[in-house]
Design a protein around this ligand. Structure first.
Ligand code: AKG
Ligand code: FE2
Length: 197
């Protein structure tokens, strides 16, 4: 398969894990990505209180695959044609395998994702996570967990771009999508993952 990786990709973090950024990786549209997705509105319980997640999610992949995170149990729904196409492209470009994708839909600037690491056991010790974004530009921030001399890293993720997280990144860094008070449109993010059984 022909590689879609542009020649000038960037290594943005190289210590305690690797963060890579590829601008203009995909020319799919937000509308096309949303076709056929099956949405969930999950809740999380924190300090004894239950809150709806501040975004919508969908979980697609190999049918029937089970994944649990933050106490939420998800069973994968079959790939849509466009998700399958992107998965195959990413597998060829990154020389790895993905069996599922978590879709996050940020309806406006108040939808967000708090600091976390993608460090669930089922992802294995040093997972490769490929994160594709469509729609509005949002600010992706990374903070080192232990070394306070390392500054918080902020990356505006633009339409069609690809972020790759790999190596020991999830051990040493947390990441989030910050809220914004600006009036902005929707963004969809696809994190392709390989869940080990
Ligand atoms: O929306 C994003 O860019 C980040 C998504 C993310 O961190 C996750 O799904 O674990
Ligand atoms: Fe994440």
């Amino acid at each position: 398969m022909k590689s879609f990786l542009p020649s000038g990709f960037e290594d943005l973090i190289v210590e305690d894990g690797i963060l890579q950024y590829f601008e203009h990786y995909s020319d799919e549209t937000l509308e096309h990505i949303l076709e056929g997705l099956v949405w969930r509105q999950d809740s999380i319980t924190m300090y004894g209180k239950t809150h709806p997640l501040p975004r919508q999610t969908a979980w697609h992949g190999e049918k029937g695959l089970v994944h649990s995170y933050s106490g939420i149990r998800m069973v994968a729904i079959e790939w849509t044609p466009v998700l399958l196409k992107l998965k195959l492209q990413l597998e060829a470009d990154l020389n790895t395998k993905f069996n599922s994708v978590l879709v996050n839909y940020y309806r406006d600037g108040s939808d967000h994702m708090s600091y976390h690491s993608d460090d669930e056991k089922e992802l294995g010790p040093n997972p490769i996570i490929a994160s594709l974004s469509f729609g509005e530009t949002r600010s992706f921030q990374l903070k080192h967990k232990f070394d306070l001399s390392k500054k918080t890293f902020t990356l505006p993720i633009t339409d069609g771009s690809l972020v790759v997280m790999k190596g020991e990144l999830q051990h040493f860094w947390v990441h989030k999508i910050a809220k914004t008070a600006k009036k902005i449109g929707p963004r969809v993010n696809l994190t392709f993952r390989n869940i080990l059984s």
